[in-house]
Design a protein around this ligand. Structure first.
Ligand code: ATP
Ligand code: MG
Length: 422
């Protein structure tokens, strides 16, 4: 669905308000959006964790999450590096030489830090000085000899190549240079730690907020969402196959703030485990830019319930949907007059039930539902603000939005005071 057509208010928020189990939400907006509309209701049923490294909601840091927890084996470290690459470049350029080499180097450094419980800030220091032997030694020490040798090879290769690889890797990890961002994912003695495994069986809520685009903290958001979904699958497998109640994972603005590259594969594991992913995109093309054409096709087929709303500008996609809705027979009556008098003939014509231009012109609030085993249906979505519960949710959202504004103002006032006294 196009921007402002009701994805958050008609799909994400109602799903979160109705969720019986743990909820994860990714978003790039705080005020008057899913975060403010649901935070009060969710606080009543469990703990609310807000990971807001870029201060979208100006939320104080009241938690930390160990971003390196899953990077203690090679596969996990590579996946984490992949999140940083995917957050910075589109799928099409994510596999060129520099990206691949930088991704391998980042993965090796994450593994070196994670296997010795070093903080992520050490990775930044190693990125800044490629000649530092520490990560190679740490990798060898942890028994990752092949990775150590590979990293050593990169470091002792031609200087231009090495510098190119390290510079690319530094760009991918640049969001961590901000100490205020890195603090959210670095161990802290005084703050509670968010633990994905415990979350899976709780009724807690995790809000993952970030700005869009390269250099933003969206890699952290994707890594956290990935960690939560994988942890939920592990817990489900341990407890008889399914999470009960199920975990709801709303990836709002998925292509902007939650680019999990293997989301299409992940999808097929999640549904059967009681982990319900809900990926929200502005267009099919946005998904293709993020996961590639084949990846988006895989994601599309792996989803058992798909919803397409207003503002579909992609002619091919609209035509594909129109063909899937199918044809019907239309009777046409033609009357012709000749010398012998009038004659009427009736003929049958096959027409699209919903032609592509009608799909293009779907009004706001109307959506097509594609669910396995059903013909495509047209539905009206019911945004939260038109439900009876809006009497409670509306004021709660307004309060939460006001609190964000107040926190933002308090910060600017703080800066001014500093300026005056200086
Ligand atoms: N509390 C409300 N009362 C009345 N209308 C609202 C309210 N909240 C949102 N809307 C309307 O719903 C529309 C869709 O908002 P929503 O945030 O759900 O869109 P979206 O598809 O998520 O957009 P985006 O891609 O920008 O996130 C808005 O344009 C606004 O007109
Ligand atoms: Mg939205």
């Amino acid at each position: 669905m196009a921007p402002r057509s009701g994805k958050t208010s008609g799909l994400a928020i109602p799903a979160i308000l109705a969720a019986p189990g743990p909820v994860l939400l990714t978003s790039n907006k705080a005020a008057n959006d899913a975060f403010t509309a649901t935070v009060d209701a969710r606080a009543e049923v469990g703990t609310v964790w807000t990971l807001d490294p870029q201060q979208i909601a100006h939320h104080p840091r009241e938690m930390w999450w160990d971003i390196l927890a899953d990077a203690r084996d090679l596969a996990g470290a590579k996946r984490l590096a992949g999140h940083f690459v995917a957050a910075s470049v589109d799928e099409s350029s994510g596999s060129d030489f520099w990206s691949t080499a930088a991704s391998n180097t980042l993965g090796a450094l994450f593994l070196a830090a994670a296997s010795h419980r070093r903080p992520i800030t050490d990775v930044l220091a190693w990125l800044a000085s490629p000649a530092d032997r520490t990560p190679v030694d740490l990798l060898t020490d942890a028994g990752h000899d092949a990775v150590a040798a590979q990293l050593q090879g990169t470091v002792s290769g031609a200087t231009e190549t090495r510098d190119g690889i390290y510079e690319t890797a530094r760009q991918y990890a640049s969001c961590l240079l901000d100490p205020d961002v890195a603090a959210w994912v670095t161990p802290s003695e005084d703050l509670p730690e968010f633990k994905p495994l415990a979350f899976a069986t709780s009724r807690d809520t995790l809000y993952l907020l970030s700005k869009d685009g390269g250099g933003s903290a969206s890699a952290i958001i994707a890594a956290a969402a990935d960690a939560v979904m994988r942890a939920a699958v592990i817990v489900a497998e341990r407890s008889g196959g399914r999470l009960d109640p199920p975990a709801l994972c709303v990836l709002d603005e998925a292509a902007n703030v939650c680019r999990i590259s293997d989301l299409p594969d992940l999808y097929s594991h999640l549904g059967s485990r009681g982990v319900i992913p809900m990926t929200i995109l502005q267009s099919y093309g946005q998904g293709q830019r993020c996961w590639g054409e084949a990846g988006m096709d895989a994601l599309w087929s792996a989803a058992t319930v798909k919803i397409v709303g207003s503002g579909i500008d992609d002619a091919d996609f609209a035509d594909r949907l129109s063909r899937q809705v199918g044809d019907h027979d239309v009777q046409t009556v033609s009357v012709s007059t000749s010398e012998g008098g009038k004659s009427t003939s009736v003929s049958m014509r096959t027409e699209r039930i919903l032609p592509p231009d009608a799909i293009r012109a779907l009004p706001k609030g109307k959506v097509l539902l594609l669910a396995t085993g059903l013909r495509i249906a047209m539905l009206s979505i019911r945004p939260w603000y038109k439900e009876p519960s809006a009497k409670v949710v509306g004021p709660a959202s307004a309060r939460a939005t006001k609190a964000i504004t107040e926190r933002a103002l308090a910060k600017t006032v703080g800066h001014d005071d500093f300026g005056l006294s200086a």
